[in-house]
Design a protein around this ligand. Structure first.
Ligand code: IFM
Length: 461
């Protein structure tokens, strides 16, 4: 394994392949604010965050870091960093406030202005079409458990392809459909806050169907051009460690992968959903797959986005309906309580690469951590040594995977700036730029300067 091979040699970002894309990422509801401006309609997160007890301290994304108005400042920060690309998401309720029908030109204009500002500084745009902010009227009509939502997503995607096609350098259909379906419709901790397993399976299927329909729409329109921007999907797959080498723990780790990874990866690869998972819940209705759906989902994509934060440990547990649970980890943890497992990133990239049989180039579309930050007394600087260490170890692990043959094309740090961390509100800070939520001021953290040095090749990994 390359860690051993490389231990005496100093490595830097120049050891990543030519053209490797260093970037930072964020998402519309988490950073934009301006929730009621310029014709934006309500999203499920506007509704959910107002329900008592759903989001810590009752925080909402109404204002956040106000990137909608302050994007020039953030683009300038990215320019200083030297990133090649910014991964942002397009807010569906800004573009199509009711989720179908009328288009809001002011919403499209915002993304044109943002893209123009990025391009003017030589930064490519990586646009995600759906990062969880479903227009509320679509949820009122049943949300993702309803098949029609997949068609509405394809329609909205087509609008974006046509209106923003000459502004976007890389398209991502969905961000982490596992979260939208399982956290949103089964565990109830994300919008819309439902707790119904059959609904979650249906939601997962319709998200994947929406992805396939959107890619088809792209390929039959702007994506048919030979020089069209690549299109892919971002998944938060997991490939856990078994708690021990005992057969029951090995089996538990494999079963964990069914809902967490196979449900989303297998249909992209032209394979069926993991039937074994549905068999564990005989009282629930398996996903409502119709003839032709699986072929639609398997329409070829140009790359796969991998989001990685930690590697879980899984143990057999006969008291659980599926027979397993997440086990204690001995690793140090981040502010989210997530274990810090850089070798897990190395193993995960290799697992994804092997499981997908090398079919897609990979991008790490998110990696980062919530960690304690210390503002200096003058408020001009912010120290976050643990985030710097986290990033260094993960960059190094990614390079190990590259040196072992994984076709990794880029790495987006989550996140450019502190933002609305969903059910945790503003309490967890993932940014490499500190946000003062009182006055909107941005303060560069140590990790900002560290990333800048990594990108320039001056910092060793
Ligand atoms: O903030 C989220 C992001 O929206 C999706 N991926 C995980 C991040 C950290 O929890």
């Amino acid at each position: 394994m390359s860690t051993m091979k490389q231990s005496n040699r100093k490595r830097s970002s120049t050891d990543f392949p030519q053209g490797f894309v260093w970037g930072v990422a964020a998402a519309s509801y988490q950073v934009e604010g301006a929730a009621r401006e310029d014709g934006r309609g309500p999203s499920i997160w506007d509704t959910f965050s107002r329900k008592p007890g759903k989001v810590l301290h009752g925080h909402t994304g109404d204002v956040s870091v106000d990137q909608y108005h302050r994007y020039e400042e953030d683009v300038q920060l990215m320019h200083e960093l030297g990133v090649a690309s910014y991964r942002f998401s397009i807010a569906w309720p800004r573009v199509q406030p009711a989720g179908s029908g009328a288009i809001n030109p002011a919403g499209l204009d915002y993304y044109r202005r943002l893209s123009d500002a990025l391009h003017a500084r030589g930064i490519q745009t990586t646009a995600t079409l759906y990062h969880w902010d479903l227009p509320q009227p679509l949820e009122d009509a049943g949300g993702w458990p309803v098949r029609d939502t997949a068609y509405r997503f394809a329609e909205y995607s087509r609008v974006c392809f046509e209106a923003l096609g000459d502004h976007v350098d890389r398209w991502i259909t969905l961000n982490e459909p596992w979260c939208s379906s399982v956290l949103g419709y089964l565990e109830g901790v994300h919008a819309p806050g439902c707790t119904d397993r059959s609904a979650a399976w249906a939601a997962a299927h319709h998200l994947m169907l929406g992805h396939g329909l959107a890619v088809q729409a792209y390929r039959s329109g702007p994506g048919a051009q030979p020089d069209a921007a690549p299109i892919g999907i971002t998944l938060n797959l997991e490939s856990p460690r078994p708690a021990t080498r005992r057969p029951e723990d090995l089996e538990a780790a494999d079963r964990w992968i069914d809902l967490r990874s196979r449900f989303f990866l297998d249909p992209l690869l032209g394979r069926p959903y993991p039937e074994r998972h549905f068999a564990s819940y005989p009282d629930h209705t398996p996903p409502p797959v119709q003839t032709g759906d699986m072929a639609t989902i398997a329409v070829p994509i140009d790359f796969l986005g991998v989001n990685f934060y930690h590697e879980p440990v899984v143990a057999a547990d006969p008291s659980h309906p599926e027979g397993f649970r997440c086990a204690e980890s001995h690793h140090e943890t981040t502010d989210m309580g997530w274990p810090i497992t850089p070798r897990g990133l190395y193993r995960h990239l290799k697992w994804v690469w092997q499981t997908t049989e090398g079919r897609y180039p990979l991008f790490i579309t998110e990696n980062g951590c919530a960690m304690p930050d210390t503002l200096t007394p003058d408020g001009e600087r912010c120290h976050d040594p643990r985030r710097v260490a986290y990033l260094r170890e993960h960059f190094s692990a990614a390079l190990d995977a590259v040196e072992d043959g994984v076709d990794l094309r880029g790495y987006f740090v989550w996140s450019l700036i502190d933002n609305f961390e969903w059910a945790y509100g503003y309490e967890k800070r993932f940014g490499i730029v500190y946000a003062d939520y009182v006055n909107g001021r941005r303060v560069r953290k140590d990790s900002f300067y560290y990333l800048r040095e990594v990108i320039s090749g001056a910092e060793t990994l």
